[in-house]
Design a protein around this ligand. Structure first.
Ligand code: ZN
Ligand code: ZN
Length: 383
């Protein structure tokens, strides 16, 4: 019989070779559905686009646990030369979602063989995590009406944490992400005649600096937020004062109140500065990712599962939060659950960050991740 690790490696190398990006995970979801069916699970596809849900019921227990993995890759060219390198030019699994899918397939295999619980497990494979739209698409497609769950759990591999360690925390663990566009309409003129213009570039410079006062002077210093202007575009002629300037950027925070404060103060600053100089202002602010906020009870369960699988010394139940964003936060808005980080860094090896063209999931944590997810079910739906 093929052993578990060998099976997981085979699955991951296949998924790694055929990376697909947001909402295009067609081959990926078909492959996953096929493997889940071979385990005897009841499989449903096309949920929120390419999403897949597989159900496994043992006994007559009423409890239902959801376990979730993300399926999408990134628009990057893989540069590491290994036998299972990406066969889709310009796309690669640089965030380790190939590993997450394999961890979850592994958990499905373990639970369907062991049947050591009483209740129902739903294996949820979601599309489009990287753009923060897949969870919402599945929820809008009646995911939880069709397949209700009491609690939901998920994980992300972390290249800066030692291999085989599991880290989590109660409360906020990953930030929200909002995007903004500020359009300033002034009056263009010859570069030599500033008195005939309303210069939107000078106004933009003042806005960019003033936006930094929100975190420094409006936000309670105990709270956390980031406001970053990341792009500036003008009409683009060297010897003309432009008529239009567009500033784009991104904000991060952990709480809805802070998110609201950032949006309100930004709008006020942009509109007021533009008005002061006689320019028109258009301020656009969009919510891209919800903050990922772990539920206390579920954090305790995840911690217990981690301790059972990797031991107490390799479990951190109160790690530092991470300012990046994660689509799993959308599920946690309404469903109790917990998200954890799975360390993948081998000692002495160079750190390759997520989203790097050399990134590759560490096969050493394929079984650990699968056992950890299965353990949550065993604890929560104990016979
Ligand atoms: Zn990513
Ligand atoms: Zn990711």
């Amino acid at each position: 019989m093929i052993d578990l690790k060998q099976q997981l490696v085979e699955w991951r190398y296949h998924l790694h070779q055929y990376p697909e990006t947001a909402f295009e995970e067609v081959k990926t979801s078909a492959y996953i559905a096929e493997e889940l069916k071979k385990m005897g699970l009841e499989v449903h596809g096309n949920i929120g686009g390419t999403g897949v849900v597989a159900n496994l019921t043992v006994g007559d227990g009423k409890g239902v646990i959801g376990l979730r993995a993300d399926m999408d890759a990134l628009n990057l060219n893989e540069i590491k030369d290994h036998p299972y390198r990406s066969q889709h030019p310009g796309k690669m699994h640089a965030c380790g979602h190939d590993g997450h899918m394999t961890n979850l397939l592994g958990a499905a295999k373990l639970l369907s063989e062991r049947k050591n619980f009483n209740g129902t497990v739903r294996f949820i494979f979601q599309p489009a995590e990287e753009i923060g739209k897949g969870a919402e698409a599945m929820i809008n497609d009646k995911l939880f009406e069709r397949f209700p769950v009491d609690e939901i759990y998920g994980l992300h591999n972390m290249p800066n944490l030692p291999v085989g360690t599991i880290h989590t925390r109660p409360g906020p663990i990953m930030a929200s992400e909002d995007n903004f566009v500020i359009r300033i309409k002034g009056k263009g003129a010859h570069a030599s005649s500033p008195h005939m213009s309303v210069d939107p570039l000078v106004i933009a410079a003042e806005i960019i600096l003033a936006l930094q006062t929100i975190v420094a002077r409006n936000l309670d210093p105990i709270e956390t937020a980031v406001v970053s202007c990341t792009e500036i575009h003008t009409d683009g002629i060297r010897n003309a004062i432009p008529s239009n300037v567009e500033i784009k950027g991104d904000t991060r925070s952990f709480k809805l109140e802070v998110q609201k404060l950032l949006e309100d103060r930004m709008r006020k600053i942009c509109e007021s500065i533009c008005e002061m100089y006689g320019a028109e202002c258009e301020f656009e602010y969009t919510h891209e990712f919800s903050p990922t906020i772990n539920w206390d009870e579920c954090n305790k369960i995840a911690t217990m599962a981690a301790q059972n699988i990797v031991g107490e010394k390799n479990t951190n139940s109160d790690c530092a939060p991470f300012m990046a964003s994660e689509d799993f936060g959308k599920f946690l808005e309404t469903i109790p659950g917990c998200f954890v980080f799975l360390g993948v860094k081998n000692e002495g090896e160079e750190l390759i960050p997520l989203h790097n063209q050399l990134y590759d999931y560490n096969d050493e944590v394929l079984v650990i991740g699968a056992e950890f997810l299965a353990e949550i079910v065993q604890i929560r739906l104990s016979k």
